[in-house]
Design a protein around this ligand. Sequence first.
Ligand code: TXA
Ligand code: MG
Length: 329
Amino acid sequence: MILSPTAAHLAEAAAALRAGELVALPTETVYGLAADARQPAAVAAVFARKGRPADHPLIVHVGKPADVQDWAAHWPEAGARLAAHFWPGPLTLVCERAAPVLMAVTGGQDTVALRCPAHPVAQALLQVFGGALVAPSANRYGRISPTSANHVQADFGDALRILDGGQCEVGIESTIVDVTGEPRILRPGAIGVQALEAALGRPLSSDAQRPRPRVPGALAAHYAPRRPLQWVAEAHLLDTVAQWAASLQVAVWSPVKPNVGECFWLAAPSDPNDYARLLYARLHDLDASGADQLIVSLPDTAIANTDGAAAALWAAIADRLGRAATSQR
Ligand code: TXA
Ligand code: MG
């Protein structure tokens, strides 16, 4: 059930979490499926409910930066700098785990991923709950991430408590940075290389942009709609639509309406912040349109853009679209 974030509902949600139940909560990136990070049965329920493989570690969400001392074996200087700069916010830091951290949380690894979310409802719930919460994106494994309470309800049904925090501001998952050694990016997000390097006062490790195999969310097939999806640069949109529309119903999300064939069309923004915020909602919409083939195009400016923050966002968007498109159905 979708709950408005009143004090009474926050108290109810916190009590449910203490009792080992799951609660969906809004964050500034995407909605999360939260459980008490200290309860083995609650953590196991997250994996079961999502259909997530056991070796895919979860992010531990803390209410304030100082709480990392309960989760990290030690807090490296790079972690401290980045946390001071970007927390609360859409940044996850991977560090060595403290001994009591459940192995189920870390997927059997010696590291743990930590994030302090900025969304006021996530913050309020963490304060009332008083502990830390594991929270993977609140979608079934491999499916499109949720950016509204309705998305979560569509995936998990009415039995799950879902705190409504409106539409997520950022719209794509947090940037993940490994700070166990020289800092490197494990998953691109809204906070990009330039911003990270400015906060660190030095360059990221040279292979910073190459995701490691041990970040299971970086698997090729992920974030996927039910229908096959192809994504193209704007210059190839007309050809692509014409090809598919000859034999299939197509649904298109693009800045300019393709004047070719019959298609279901939704207008895409050209600003990367707007594009990221709407991305998952529009993938959900295209999927629900009843079309056989989904087509998404990136605006020309996405490819031409070299400005640090915008380029980082476009790269993170292209990363998600690439995974949504490679999924095999
Ligand atoms: O924005 C976000 O990060 C959202 C919101 C809800 O906070 N959460 C999220 O969780 O995206 P999830 O479970 O969908 O993705 C977590 C990613 C996975 O790719 C996982 O492999 C990686 O974090 N991860 C978690 N712990 C890790 C670790 N110790 N080392 C490397 N990667 C880790
Ligand atoms: Mg996810």
